[in-house]
Design a binder for this molecule. Sequence first.
Ligand code: F6P
Length: 328
Amino acid sequence: MEKQVKKIAVLTSGGDSPGMNAAIRSTVRTCAYHNVECVGIYRGYEGMIDGDFIGLDPRSVNNIINKGGTFLKSARSKEFRTKDGRKKAYEQLVKENIDALVLIGGDGTFTGGMIFNQEYNFPIIGIPGTIDNDIVGTNFTLGYDTALNTAVDAIDKIRDTASSHKRLFFVEVMGRDVGHIALNAGVGSGAEEILVPEENLGLDRLLESLEKSKYTGKSSSIVVVAEGDKTGKNVFELRDYVEDNLEGYDVRVSVLGHMQRGGAPSCFDRVLASRMGVKAVESLLEGKNNFMVGTINNKIELYPIDKAVKGQSKIDEELLRVSDIMSL
Ligand code: F6P
């Protein structure tokens, strides 16, 4: 028989994302609702190794639903990647009588959790929190919607100055391995071209498209570029390339960077976080283990965490076509 879960710990790990605080709040309050103790672990797996814990009750999570970042702090722990580190972490959990874990984070967080689960048979449930939306088994990760809105808001502002000066802007958005932010923020902000890590649209095509923009009467252009785009050139190199190969283009670069990870979560992310926290805790209380909470067609579901980690998230190819049509 499974051991009854009486005390649950929650941590945030990896890159922070808006909505993590709302997910902690939901975890804590769902625990209280079911008369289960809840403990916060500071600094992700680092804090688990150090026993950096704090008891949490419903009042400990007042006024955080609207806050970006994570009040439990986050880290990418090197030590937890070692057997020794994980052993220390396990001993801390046992010392604190913790029975199960809610892990809020992305790919790396889930991989660490899975290995820990295999070694110690310690119950875990993951909540996907990353702005990149690069996790299979959920249509949306926490923070993605907020990051998209932040990026679109920034690009709108860039458009004002671009059109005032008849300039071309390369705007770099986050996404080392995936182009969800670039593609959706690009379509949402009316970008002329969008460069993503998944597909190499080619530099020739970029030049052709910019030429076409000029002779069809566009006075300014925005090209949205994901950090890890496939052309192999970063935004500064792209600027130089266009200036060297096209007449009459005044080009500027704007790298949006970590501002995309901050800020108050959107209503969508707050609601998603609240729903996911409830599902995570109630699943652990039902004896479920080794799952990630996801939202599929607006239903909150469980998805095997190993599949979430192994899966390759895909961009919406149709959106690339939509972008092409819109940029006429
Ligand atoms: O949170 C995911 C992500 O934003 C990626 O898109 C980006 O490449 C990376 O984090 C940057 O992380 P950091 O600079 O904080 O290590």
